[in-house]
Every structure is written in structure tokens, then in C-alpha cells.
Design a protein around this ligand. Structure first.
Ligand code: SAM
Length: 283
């Protein structure tokens, strides 16, 4: 069981990361508008100078790293998937290790701890209680005093790894357990947004999926699922938008076009962007 948990806690990030990489290879043209909108929002809303953290940096598809290197003293990239390091080194070039630094870690600071107690709670029939009582910790990035932080298309994803770990060990949740799982997913997102708001001396940008649309080209209606759980939608909306990129504050990401990724359905994500500035950094 210990081995299984170890495999689950690192391999899920690698597996999902490889999935993003291969899907991008198949869908690059469809993704391009979203990637450009993300880059434009970041470019228009960063407050230049000092230190910057990028959370969910991944393969740096949705941010122009080199442009930012010229505008900051240091840039710290964060992701839980160790396979992204080669992309970071490639895109940063000689700046890697000089002005650009990589950190492979869980930005919620919670997933390893939460996962450790899962199987025991399931075996004891106490899953609902366990899930209900989980408290979110803090990620190491929160204690570094960065001047600016960008949460880069990660908030919608934060709870999905956790949800899958729970369902892998406990495939059949009852209604109470399912509600408790949903609650814990929302808490991960709210804590992340609150941490962005706490970047006390600086500024933060958050770009995130907010809704998932699933369509079939032969049907006139589509399904809508929320990407923000619990009160995280309100917390996200409470972040100020002071200016915006060329796409405004919301756009669509054609993630998985029907007949490219699947013959039976396609997926589009609604993406929204917010920027928060401490009053001292408004300029
Ligand atoms: C949709 S991707 C964002 C796109 C990414 N900026 C890129 O260009 O590849 C989300 C990224 O967040 C990372 N991620 C998800 N949950 C995380 C967590 N708890 N801690 C750190 N990274 C996480 C994933 O590994 C993935 O690289």
C-alpha cells in the first residue's frame, strides 16, 4: 500500500503533465488563442521589478518567460511535475540558475499530508470525517516574500489530483463522502486564492479555468461543469481587475476539439483572469 501511495503522489503529476504535452502537440492551433490571451494578460498586468513567482509554470506555454526575465531581478518557477525542468532550462537558456530558478513542489503544501491518511481513513470507514476535517497548509512559496506572484492556469487543476487520489483508493463514495470530498476540493482553491491576496507588499495575477463545457457537434446544447468549487468562485471574483489584456478578463480555451481528441465529444474551458495590487504598488 505504501508503494501504491508513493506511486500515486508523484506519478499523477508526471502523467497529467505528459498528457498536456501530447495534447498540445495535437491541438496547438486550437490552443493558440488561449495561450496568447494568457500572455497578453500577464504582460499588461505585471508590476515590473523585484522578484516574481510563477505557480503552475508547467511547460511555459502560456507565458513569455524571456520577456519577463528582462523585467525582473529574479523569477522563481513552481510546479509539482518534475518533467517540466527540461522546458524551463530550454526556455530560460543562460538565465537558468542565474535569474530564473526552478522549484518542484506542491504549491498547496497539503497534498502529501492529506494523501498519507487516506487509506487508513477508508479502511476505518471514516472517510467522510477525514475529508471534512482536512485543513489546508501553506506552500513554501508563501513564505518567500516575492514582490509579485502569477497563478498560471492552475487553480482549476489544484483539486483534480486530490480528487483522483481519493477516488483511486475509494472508487465508490456515498453521498456524504462525495460532499465531503467536494468541500475539501473547494478549500484547496480558496486557500490558494487567499494566499494570492496575502502577497502583502506586492501584487498577484490569477488566470484560471472557471467552467468546463462539453459539446457534441450534432447537439445544440452542451454541458457546463464548474471548475471553481465551494466559495472559491466568490473568492476569485473578489480579486480586483485593474487593467486587462487584449482579450479582456475572460476567454475560451478550445482544449479538446471533437474529432481531434475524441470522435464523440469536444471540450472547451472558460478561462478568467484577475489581478490584485497592494496599494503601494499601483503605478
Ligand atoms: C494547465 S497546466 C498550466 C499550463 C502551464 N502553465 C503550461 O504552460 O504548461 C497546470 C500546471 O499546474 C501544475 N500543478 C497542478 N497542481 C499543482 C500543485 N498542487 N502544485 C504545483 N503544481 C501543480 C501541473 O503540473 C501543470 O503543469
Amino acid at each position: 500500500m505504501k508503494k501504491l501511495i508513493q506511486r500515486m503522489t508523484g506519478w499523477d503529476f508526471i502523467r497529467m503533465g505528459k498528457g498536456i504535452e501530447s495534447r498540445y502537440a495535437r491541438c496547438a492551433d486550437y490552443w493558440q488563442p488561449h495561450l496568447e490571451c494568457s500572455k497578453a494578460f500577464v504582460a499588461n498586468n505585471v508590476r515590473e521589478g523585484g522578484t516574481l513567482a510563477v505557480l503552475g509554470a508547467g511547460r511555459l506555454l502560456d507565458i513569455n518567460l524571456l520577456e519577463l526575465v528582462a523585467r525582473f531581478d529574479q523569477i522563481h518557477l513552481y510546479d509539482a511535475d518534475p518533467t517540466v525542468i527540461s522546458s524551463w532550462k530550454k526556455k530560460a537558456g543562460s538565465a537558468y540558475g542565474d535569474k530564473v530558478f526552478g522549484h518542484i513542489e506542491d504549491v498547496t503544501g497539503s497534498l502529501a499530508r492529506w494523501t498519507r491518511g487516506l487509506s487508513r481513513a477508508g479502511r476505518a470507514g471514516k472517510l467522510k470525517e477525514y475529508l471534512s476535517e482536512l485543513e489546508v497548509g501553506s506552500g513554501a512559496w508563501e513564505h518567500q516574500g516575492y514582490d509579485g506572484v502569477i497563478s498560471l492556469n492552475i487553480i482549476g487543476q489544484l483539486p483534480l489530483y486530490w480528487r483522483d487520489r481519493v477516488l483511486n483508493l475509494n472508487p465508490q463514495l456515498n453521498d456524504d463522502e462525495n460532499a465531503a470530498l467536494q468541500g475539501s476540493m473547494g478549500r484547496l482553491q480558496i486557500a490558494h486564492i487567499e494566499a494570492l491576496n496575502r502577497v502583502s507588499s506586492g501584487w498577484a495575477i490569477a488566470i484560471s479555468d472557471t467552467e468546463y463545457y462539453t459539446y457534441r457537434v450534432d447537439e445544440s446544447s452542451w454541458t457546463v461543469d464548474p471548475a471553481l468549487h465551494g466559495k472559491s468562485r466568490d473568492a476569485f471574483d473578489d480579486m480586483l481587475v485593474e487593467s486587462s489584456g487584449s482579450c479582456g478578463e475572460a476567454w475560451l480555451w478550445h482544449l479538446a476539439p471533437q474529432f481531434v481528441e475524441s470522435d464523440t465529444e469536444g471540450a472547451i474551458h472558460r478561462v478568467e483572469a484577475r489581478a490584485w495590487f497592494n496599494s503601494d504598488t499601483r503605478s
